[in-house]
Design a binder for this molecule. Structure first.
Ligand SMILES: *Cc1c(COP(=O)(O)O)cnc(C)c1O
Length: 597
């Protein structure tokens, strides 16, 4: 059967289709702007960087987060304290003249926007609008609504989500941006659907909503869920919804079946109003479909922006041998032909760069000749940062057999996440007890963009130990892969797709409990990682080469944004509609009907 998917597709046709408005609570835009907390924001930033590179007509909306995500301090005994990082939007952005109003707890709140122009490699600009309620005329409380990323309580969060979703949708209109697609990156932005619905029925919170009105909104919305467990979804009580959103809006959302177990569920709201929804790895799509069986949920596996995450020495090597790799990351497949010695040299330089930073920060001098593991991520308990310490004797024995072992840790715990803070404390305490001549364990402060780039490129093996199925995707291992660094990880999220045992890294086998999975982790170190590391360096270099060729060429946002464009933003049926073409129904595949709704 002929499928529309086989039709040729050209980005040149996109501008005539109108704009994609992309919404995310956090975006890692610029190293100097503390507007992100972790993986979600980094993914959003990498998405926009690739959209700019590819010339996708897209504009993004987020909050300005004037007080920044926090700077982490760790004292000698491993206790975390937090310091705000205020920043000045005027140093990076241009203020727009437009003002819009949203209603919070029945008060009008004025919203303005700061524009940051993100330039792609051939000059295409993706504007990012950072919404800001610090405007004269707003109350003191309201002026602080866009101060803290993931700060405050659920009341504060719902108020922020009104600013992001409803404020953002109204700001897009006020700026004259004619968006055909609204992309919600996670449920935080789901209230934009309510603003679109109200504009569709020509007014505010009251008035009759017809099925055709909902259909008009659904035609424009796409949604990416990032959460693999029910507890992770953004939810608000009926009381909060009535008080903050208003009784009429809450009643409307109840009628539209956006409540579950008496709670307003932002994932449900986003799903109800989206013509296309996806999870962020193949496995995560499956998990999401099981969680929301009523909905069609596709999968688009995450990626990272290659030129952002490939370390300078590796970039130089790639520029020599694969000059087109930045323009089209698929050419990285040809890394399979790189000379071993050049990979060894490039990685050595990246490793030395990391160790120089470690020495500057801590005074510790690490040995670049010694096998070095990296583990850096949000200190959430499901990531099991201390799994490596399950059997200290065995770990010490591995270190001795390897002729030394260095383990670098980093990661922030959310200020209100006490178990996460206890985990950091535990890792640092254990590290202090275990470290000796053979085993060096270091916990580095303030994991953020720069440190993440140094770590993923500079260690020898990237370790990830999430408890299944909590890791929707994970992206730090993809950054490592783009530098040729193999992973040793639990088969969850992206690693189910990325692991080719012995070629791109190693799988920690699924076990019944933590102890069994720790056992597999040790066994892989003993039987696979250490022997390969101690063998001829060319053998290790060949592993790096297959890692870069297989996984670097796929797990990047260059591929991912093309998939979003093709499957979510502008599937062929929608393109034809936008061009005013009629199409015969028999050429639309079942898959396409699902996508377009
Ligand atoms: C890439 C990145 C993340 C996300 O990594 P995960 O593998 O999803 O844990 C988080 N924080 C920073 C600073 C990053 O660079």
């Amino acid at each position: 059967m002929q499928s529309n998917l086989s039709k040729p597709f050209s980005y040149e046709t996109l501008p005539s289709c109108g704009l994609v408005a992309y919404f995310s609570m956090e975006i890692a835009i610029n190293r100097g702007m503390p507007t992100y907390s972790g993986g979600l924001g980094m993914l959003a930033g990498d998405t926009l960087r690739s959209a700019a590179d590819l010339g996708v007509p897209l504009a993004a909306f987020s909050l300005v987060h004037r007080k920044g995500y926090f700077q982490q301090h760790l004292n000698g005994s491993g206790e975390q304290s937090e310091e705000v990082q205020p920043w000045n939007p005027a140093d990076f952005c241009t203020e727009e003249a437009a003002r819009v109003t949203v209603s919070v707890e029945d008060r009008p709140v004025t919203v303005r926007a700061w524009r940051y122009d993100l330039h792609g490699r051939s000059g295409h600009v993706v504007p990012i609008y950072l919404l800001d309620t610090d405007v004269e005329g707003n109350s003191g409380w309201d002026r602080g609504l866009t101060d803290h990323l993931y700060g405050g309580d659920t009341n504060y969060r719902l108020q922020q989500e009104i600013v992001l979703g409803m404020g953002g949708a109204r700001m897009a209109a006020a700026l004259g941006l004619d968006a055909n697609v609204y992309h919600m990156n996670e449920g935080h932005a789901a209230l934009l659907t309510l603003a679109l619905l109200e504009s569709q029925i020509g007014g505010g919170p009251v008035g009759q909503v017809l099925d055709s009105d909902i259909e008009q909104v659904r035609k424009k919305c796409v949604f990416t869920t990032h959460t693999p467990v029910p507890a992770g979804h953004d939810r608000f009580s009926t009381e909060q919804a009535i008080r903050i959103l208003g009784g009429d809006r809450t009643a409307r959302l109840e009628k539209l079946k956006c409540f579950e177990d008496g709670l307003l569920n932002m994932t449900l709201l986003a799903l109800r109003f989206s013509r296309y929804a996806n999870g962020v790895a193949m496995q995560h799509g499956k998990v999401s479909r099981a969680m929301f069986p009523e909905f069609k949920i596709d999968s688009i596996t995450n990626g990272v922006h290659a030129p952002t995450w490939v370390a300078e020495p590796v970039q130089q090597m790639l520029d020599m041998h694969i000059p087109s790799w930045r323009r089209d990351n698929l050419y990285l497949r040809n890394a399979i032909d790189l000379p071993e010695q050049e990979i060894i040299d490039a990685h050595r330089r990246a490793k030395e760069g990391l160790f120089t930073e470690v020495a500057t920060r801590t005074g510790l001098v690490l040995n670049p000749g010694v096998l070095t593991l990296g583990f850096a991520r949000r200190a959430a308990t499901y990531k099991r940062a201390s799994l490596l310490f399950t059997d200290p004797e065995r770990l010490l024995k591995i270190a001795t057999e390897a002729g030394g072992l260095q383990i670098l840790y980093a990661g922030k715990a959310h200020p209100q996440d006490l178990p996460g803070k206890a985990l950091i404390h535990n890792v640092i305490e254990t590290a202090g007890k275990l470290s000796n001549d053979m085993l060096r364990i270091v916990y580095l402060e303030n994991y953020a963009w720069d440190l993440g780039a140094l770590l993923t490129a500079g260690v020898d093996v990237w370790v990830n130990t999430p408890r299944r199925p909590y890791e929707a995707s994970g992206t730090s291992g993809m950054k490592a892969a783009l530098n040729g660094v193999p992973s040793l990880s639990i088969l969850d999220g992206w690693w189910i797709e990325g692991c080719i045992e012995g070629f791109t890294g190693w799988a920690i086998e699924d076990g019944a409990d933590d102890a069994e999975e720790a056992d597999s982790l040790y066994e892989k170190l003993e039987k696979a990682v250490v022997p390969l590391y101690l063998s001829a360096p060319e053998k290790w270099a060949r592993m790096m080469r297959t890692t870069l060729a297989f996984n670097g060429s796929f797990f990047n946002t260059n591929r991912m944004v093309k998939q979003y464009t093709r499957n979510a933003y502008y599937p062929v049926k929608l393109l034809d509609q936008l061009k005013g073409k009629e199409e015969s129904p028999q050429v639309v595949s079942a898959h396409q009907q699902v996508l377009v709704g």
